[in-house]
Design a protein around this ligand. Structure first.
Ligand code: UFG
Length: 340
C-alpha cells in the first residue's frame, strides 16, 4: 500500500517513513528541504534497505502538489507533517507561519479531494491546548487561546480539517497531538538536524555537552512544581513515529467512529527540566554545564498527556524510556560530528 508523506525528510517525518517501510508500506516522500537535509533519505535507506520515492517541491505550489498527487492517486493515504515549527520564530514572523502552514494544508486537502485519496493523518500539537486548566490533558480538554502563532496555525489546521470533513465525508481523518518529541533512531542514522541554534531543550542539551554551545540556561526554577522547573511530557520520536503507522492502519481498517478522530501522543508522565538534565547526565556520563536563568516568555508551567485513548483505540504503547531517548539523542549528536 502506498502512502504519501509530506515533510518526510524532517525530524518526525523521517522516523515515520522508517516505521512505514518496516511495516511494508510503499512511501512517496515530499519535502522542500527548507528546514531539513536530503541526508535523511540516505539514513532511511541504510536503516530499512528501502528507498522512498522523493519529490523536492514546495506544498505552497498548488500546481506542483496536484501533479505529484495525480501521479500517485493510487495512494491509500497521506501523512501531512510539512510545516514550520519554531515557536519563537512564529512570534517574530507570524505571517510566514500563517502563509506556509495554512496554504500548504489547503493545497494538500484540495489534492486529496481531487484525486479521492481516502485517509488523512495530520501532525498537530499539544500546543493547541494552550494553558490547559486540568492535567493530564485529554483529547476533550478545552482548547484555550494559542500561546503562539505556531500553535494558532495548528488550531486553524484542525478547524480546516473538521470543516473539510463535514463537506466531504468520504475522507477519513486523524489529528495527532504530539507532546514533546525527543531522541533519535537507536541506529543513530537519522535524527533531528537543527539548522540553526536550537530552541528545544534536548538538542540544546546535546549541543552543550558536545561543546557546540557553551552553556544551557534552565528557564526558571521558581515555578510551582516539585523542583521549581517546568514540566513536560518528553516522548521518544520512534514511539511517535509508530503511532502514525497505527493511525493510518486504523483508518484503512475503518475502525474510526467519526470522520475526524483526535489522539494525544505523550507518555503520560510529566518530567521536569532538571529531571531531564539528570537523565541525560546519567546515560551519557557527561556533566552538563548549565545555570538557572529567568523564566522564558510563553512557557506553560506544566503539561502532560492522558494517553488512554491512543492506547485503547490504536493499541499504541510506548517502547522507549526517557533514558533511551536521551541516550539516542546523544549518540545522534556524536554521529552528526562525523556526518556534517
Ligand atoms: N528549556 C530550558 N532551556 C532551554 C530550552 C528549553 O530550560 O534552553 C525548557 C523550557 O523552558 C521548557 C522545556 O525546557 O520548560 C521544554 O522546552 P522546549 O522548547 O523543548 O519545548 P516546549 O515545551 O516549549 O515546546 C514544544 C515544541 C513546540 C510545541 C510545544 C507544545 O517546541 O513545537 O512543545 O507544548 F508546540
Amino acid at each position: 500500500m502506498k502512502v504519501i508523506v509530506t515533510g518526510g525528510t524532517g525530524y518526525i517525518g523521517s522516523h515515520t517513513i522508517v516505521d512505514l517501510l518496516n511495516h511494508n508500506f510503499e512511501v512517496v516522500c515530499i519535502d522542500n528541504l527548507s528546514r531539513s537535509k536530503k541526508y535523511a533519505l540516505e539514513g532511511i535507506e541504510q536503516i530499512t534497505g528501502k528507498k522512498p520515492i522523493f519529490y523536492q517541491i514546495d506544498l505552497c505550489d498548488k500546481e506542483a502538489v496536484s501533479k505529484v498527487f495525480q501521479e500517485h492517486k493510487d495512494a491509500i493515504g497521506i501523512i501531512h507533517f510539512a510545516a514550520l515549527k519554531s515557536v519563537p520564530e512564529s512570534v517574530e514572523q507570524p505571517l510566514l507561519y500563517y502563509a506556509n502552514n495554512i496554504n500548504s494544508l489547503v493545497n494538500v486537502l484540495q489534492a486529496i479531494h481531487t484525486y479521492q485519496i481516502p485517509n488523512f493523518v495530520f501532525s498537530s500539537s499539544c500546543s493547541v491546548y494552550g494553558n490547559a486548566d486540568t492535567l493530564p490533558v485529554t483529547e476533550t480538554t478545552t482548547i484555550q487561546t494559542a500561546e503562539s502563532p505556531y500553535a494558532h496555525t495548528k488550531q486553524i489546521g484542525e478547524d480546516i480539517i473538521y470543516n473539510f470533513s463535514k463537506a466531504h465525508p468520504f475522507h477519513q481523518n486523524i489529528l495527532l497531538r504530539y507532546f514533546n518529541p525527543v531522541g533519535a533512531h537507536p541506529s543513530a542514522l537519522i535524527g533531528e538536524i537543527p539548522l540553526e541554534k536550537p530552541n528545544n531543550l534536548v538538542p540544546y542539551i546535546t549541543q552543550t555537552a558536545i561543546g557546540k554551545l557553551q552553556q544551557l540556561t534552565v528557564f526558571g526554577n521558581d515555578y510551582n512544581t516539585r523542583d521549581g522547573s517546568n514540566i513536560r511530557d518528553y516522548i521518544h520520536v520512534c514511539d511517535i513515529a509508530h503511532a502514525h503507522t497505527l493511525a493510518l492502519q486504523y483508518l484503512i481498517d475503518k475502525k474510526n467512529a467519526t470522520t475526524v478522530e483526535v489522539f494525544n501522543l505523550g507518555t503520560g508522565k510529566g518530567v521536569s527540566v532538571l529531571e531531564a538534565i539528570a537523565a541525560f547526565e546519567k546515560v551519557s556520563n557527561q556533566k552538563l554545564n548549565y545555570i538557572i536563568g529567568p523564566r522564558r516568555a510563553g512557557d506553560v508551567v506544566a503539561v502532560y498527556a492522558d494517553k488512554t485513548k491512543a492506547s485503547t483505540h490504536l493499541d499504541w504503547h510506548c517502547q522507549y524510556t526517557l533514558e533511551d531517548a536521551m541516550l539516542s539523542a546523544w549518540k545522534w549528536e556524536l554521529k552528526m560530528q562525523e556526518l556534517f
